[in-house]
Design a protein around this ligand. Sequence first.
Ligand code: ASP
Length: 398
Amino acid sequence: MLLKAILFGAIAGIFCGWYFGPAMQSVAWIGELFLNALKMLIVPLIAAAVISGISSLGDIRKLGRVGGLTILYYASTTALAVFIGLVVVNLIQPGHGIDTSTLNIPEEISQRPPTTFADIILNLVHPNIIAAAAETQLLPLIVFCLLFAAALTTVGDRGKPVLAFFDGLNEVMMKLVIWFMALAPVGIFALIAARLGAAGGGEAFADELAAVGLYVITVIIGLTLHFFLLLAILKLLTHRGREYLSSLARALVTSFGTASSSATLPLTMECALEAGVDKRAVRFVLPLGSTVNMDGTALYEAVAVMFIAQAYGYDMGVTQQVIIFITATLAAIGAAGIPQAGLVTMLIVLSAVNLPVEGIGLLLAVDWFLDRIRTTVNVWGDSVGAAVIEKVLPQPIE
Ligand code: ASP
């Protein structure tokens, strides 16, 4: 029922944004309210979920094994996504014949300090965990909670009240998620209608799409292939299949509406729990996935960089493409689960293969739209990860 309402909200949002154009920006505040409500949950939810999820695994050795397999699984599927992106972009060659003569470095890019690999590693640890939480920097928060939970498993009985607190907090946060989920149909309607309105409505947006149409098609084909590949992996490694996809559909439509895996995380967790995934996997694998596992972003970065190379007439040989393969995988891991984060970490890939940063100007107009599709694939990738890792969990301790 709620899913139907959410789908209706999304379709109505596309329809109204398309036909009423900029006028729909008047409902933007409703979308923002929904987004703020979801974001409000993230910090306490992540802290409670990661600490209670990890602690309930038992001891540090089990945590090490499950954690290691989770990272391995996420890294492999991200690399697979980049590979698919490279194959598709080499076959379709969307960049040939694109005019690059009038490009300037877009302001939103030139004003940002460049991200390096050292920055990605440094981002794992924040000197002030309260400040990290206040800035919604989720990765250092997760790292802190991981370490906290690991230590908690070593202090025996004296840690039990602490665990009981975070367990209870997690239940309360999930109750709030269920309440807020009821707002999703209206929230998603407003987010989509207002964004399409801001793009000038349907006709203006269609013109922008047409200018780089083949690129958009290439990204969408790649993302669709990866989406179904993940479904195949799910079927192969677990007993789940299409019904899992239907259970997750509410979260997937929300990720399309919000363009943020982090903001969608509360709903993703609730949908996975409703689908019957072990709560230890839900509490640990999904928060981690929403910040580090970005299959859609990785695929998109590889396609986008190759598109820019083709547009500028650079010939990318095997070595260059191997560099793109590695850097796109890492850049996607470094991207935060917020709107258009991938566009910024793509600078790492561009500079690794010495391509002009101005090339990003080619993609800017349509990026908000592709962002929504790749975020949907990101969230689907995280959810499949939770179902797969559930299979390697140790026996429950209670
Ligand atoms: N918006 C994406 C996410 O939140 C990240 C990106 O590709 O820009 O998952």
